[in-house]
Design a protein around this ligand. Structure first.
Ligand SMILES: [Zn+2]
Length: 380
């Protein structure tokens, strides 16, 4: 059976979303420190061209971005401030860029809720990425190294800096590039950022679903989805995809009628790393139940698989073996059940069996919808 990709992605801004650096309004003194660092390096190399006052004046003039959001490289800005002599060879250019960024990198601190949230999202099967502008058109390679120092590189699937793409947020190019890089279409991407224009407007124009992270409560009147802590995102999105999978299990169940009668039209999907790996629905009497049909399609132990089942798996061996026992035997990691089966021989026994065997069970997701579909066919 074909595997239906349903992978979703969560993309994150960097500054003030995943890591604290400085607020835009605090950039004045930061810029002075950056310019001093570059001047010191030029002194060391005997390349000094301008004094500090001249340099900071020129730097303030360079402190702007192109109105069309095209990336404007730091190397060019430094050449305009410190003169072409400072740009004589690539080694010098790179070092001057590193010096400029030192005061900024020194401020970088990853928020406490970031690494646990990223780990949870990955465990739930989401693709993750960081999509960030960099100050002053700084070389993307230096930011990739910075993210590695912060421990963020290993925590996400991809990192896309504006310099990698040649465009800054909110230009659509950088969002589209990131979606393509992780192989998830924009409509299945959520973008999390702290900046209403670059992050929210930019990502939604590219077809993504934006979430504003407002750690300092600056945007209380914001009308879209807003969170104060990153952990809230893992909570809400985990729920979102589970609902999608249960809806698909319900759709499977509807395929069972009328051939399944007198058994109820149950549906099941098995999900591994955010993708459906098997589907099943109740077969005619004496043949597979939904769970058994789905289990037949995947080999090996299923500790990393979640089963979404519209009705409590059967605890008893009737015309067919017990589905709860079959799920336990395959070492299923987690079972999400929409509705309990009122059948006197089941009625909670299926769930109890699973839990007693150490399987994590969640009950009641889309219960109302499941009962609407199945109630006429349930025995009690
Ligand atoms: Zn069964």
């Amino acid at each position: 059976m074909a595997c239906t990709p349903l992978r979703s992605a969560i993309l994150f801004d960097l500054g003030n979303t995943l890591a604290a650096y400085y607020r835009p309004a605090q950039f004045g003194p930061v810029l002075e420190a950056c310019v001093r660092m570059v001047l010191e390096e030029l002194h060391r190399r005997g390349l000094v061209s301008v004094d500090f006052d001249t340099a900071i004046d020129l730097a303030r003039k360079e402190n702007k971005e192109a109105p069309d959001f095209r990336f404007s490289p730091m190397e060019d800005r430094l050449a305009r401030i410190f003169g072409p002599a400072s740009m004589s060879d690539t080694g010098t250019v790179r070092t001057l860029c590193e010096r400029f960024l030192e005061p900024i990198f020194r401020m970088g601190r990853v928020y406490d809720d970031v690494l646990p949230t990223l780990a949870r999202l990955r465990a739930a099967g989401y693709a993750t990425a960081i999509v960030s502008n960099a100050p002053w058109g700084s070389p993307p390679q230096l930011w990739h190294e910075e993210l590695s120092r912060l421990g963020l590189s290993g925590a996400v699937d991809k990192i896309v800096m504006c310099g990698d793409v040649g465009w800054r947020k909110p230009a659509p190019q950088i969002f589209l590039h990131a979606a393509a890089a992780i192989g998830v279409p924009c409509e299945r991407c959520v973008f999390v950022g702290d900046e209403p224009q670059w992050d929210v407007v930019g990502s939604s124009a590219a077809g993504m679903r934006p979430i504003l992270i407002d750690r300092d409560d600056l945007h209380a009147n914001y009308e879209g989805m807003r969170v104060r802590h990153l952990s809230e995102i893992a909570d809400s999105l985990g729920g979102m995809d589970a609902t999608v999978f249960m809806s698909l299990a319900l759709a499977e169940g509807r395929r069972a009628l009328q051939a399944c009668l007198p058994n109820p039209p149950v549906g099941c999907v098995l999900v591994r790393a955010g993708e459906i790996v098997a589907r099943g629905f109740t077969q005619p009497p004496g043949q597979d139940h939904a769970e058994a049909m789905a289990l037949r399609q995947v080999k090996g132990p299923l500790g990393d698989v979640t089963a979404y089942v519209t009705l409590e798996p059967c605890a008893f061996h009737g015309r067919t073996p017990s589905c709860a026992a079959a799920l336990i035997e395959r070492e299923i990691g987690c079972v999400v059940v929409a509705a309990l089966d009122p059948h006197p021989r089941n009625a909670g026994n299926g769930v109890q069996m699973l839990r007693a065997a150490g399987v994590h069970v969640e009950l009641g997701l889309l219960e109302h919808e499941a009962l609407r579909d199945m109630a006429p066919y349930l025995l009690s």
